[in-house]
Each structure stands twice: as C-alpha cells, then as structure tokens.
Design a protein around this ligand. Sequence first.
Ligand code: PEP
Length: 256
Amino acid sequence: TFDRRPLIAGNWKMNLNHLEAISLTQKVAISLTEEQLGLVEVAVIPPFTDLRSVQTLVDGDKLLIVYGAQDLSPYDSGAYTGDISGAMLAKLGCTYVVIGHSERREYHNEDDALVNAKVKAAFKHGLTPILCVGEGLPVREESQHVAHCTTQLDAALAKIPADQVKDIVIAYEPVWAIGTGKVATPDDAQEVCGAIRARLAEKYSPEIANGIRVLYGGSVKAKNVAAIMAKPDVDGALVGGASIDADEFATIARFP
Ligand code: PEP
C-alpha cells in the first residue's frame, strides 16, 4: 500500500482522433483489473476533440478510469477564439487538467503568471490541475534544477489557498527527458520531487504537503517505471509517448 494513491496519467499530446481515442481507452480499461484500478488511479489526457467520446465511453461502461484535458483558458468564457474554458471541461466530466506543460511554455510562450491564472481557473471550475514544472538542460548543467523548479512552483501557486492546493497534482518533468528517451535516474526524480514536497510543506504545512501527489514525467516506459516509483516522494507518472500504446501504458499502470 501507498501513503498516497499513485496516479498514472497518459498525456496523449496531439495524437489520436476520437475514434482512435475510443479504441485506446477501451483497450487500456480492459487490460486493467478492478483491483489494479483500485490501487493505482489511471487517467487519460486526450486532445479536446476526443473528450466527448471518452466521456461517453467511461460513463456508459462505468470504466474505472478518469480523464482530463491538456490545457484550459484562464477565462470563463468570451471572445477568445480557439480557447476552451474550465467550465466546458468540467461539463464534460474531466477530473484533471494539465497546466504549464513544457510544450505549452515553449511553443505558446506560456509564462508563470499565465500558468498561475490557469491554476486558479481550474480550481474555480472544480478541476484538479496537474501542474508541470521542470528544467531544461542548461539549467541542469549548472545544477540550478531544484531552484528552477521550486521557483516555477512558487509562481504557479501564488495566492492559491491551502484548501485548494491540497488537491493539486504536481508533475516534475525535466525538459531534457521529455520525448527524448533520456529518463531521469530514480535519484534525480527523487531529488526534485522531494524538494517540491519540502517547498509545499514550507508554503502550506507538512500535512498538506504529505497529501499532495508529486509525479515524475519524462520518457517513462514499462521498463523504467518501477524503479522511479520506488522513490518515496514520487507518487506516479505523467506519461507521454508511451501512453498511446495501450499495452505499454497498461503495463506502466500495473507497476506495483
Ligand atoms: C510528457 O509529455 O508529459 C512526457 C512526459 O512525455 P514523454 O513520456 O514522451 O517523455
């Protein structure tokens, strides 16, 4: 058993149309027993256009998995062409929303202030943020990775009260490990996940910090998940590339 129920979340990124989404979600759900899904929470994070199909499948067949979105607007509604609000995601039954993924920070110039606004919007609409932090290679080479991640954390959580933050999920995703096949060592993951938890304890309280799940993300595969998950401050994984292969993803979710 675990102090915190581990979360294995599959970030599909911009892959799979809604038909493919139904097929993958079915395969993942069929591959995992009720017992396994009791031990580990499994989430799929498909593109927006797949969410309705995933919702229909999960609700209709009472699948024991949950789902979420890859991003949301900081606004509730209005003249923001192309954007999707937290209210819309909540209406579709989303549990989670990924915020501050390094691909959003890089390709859409999302800064810490916007990430903070999105965290507030997610909580406002009853969604659980999966807040991503992580350093690029130059920062790691200068051994500034811990400070970089805790600074991102501080900024993202500015003015987020304790009664909301207690439900958040943090994902430590070193940018140099995302999609590169270069997984962080278990000790690397523990170092930063532990520092994130310590920072949460300082900012809020040890009790709150102990209840928050801190995930690792970056080239997680079936073959490396168990060693990373064995670390005390790693409470799950945000899985990219390996999450669109049903067998691989289900195998990751069966790590215990
Ligand atoms: C991600 O995009 O969150 C991720 C961790 O990707 P990958 O597993 O492909 O490195």
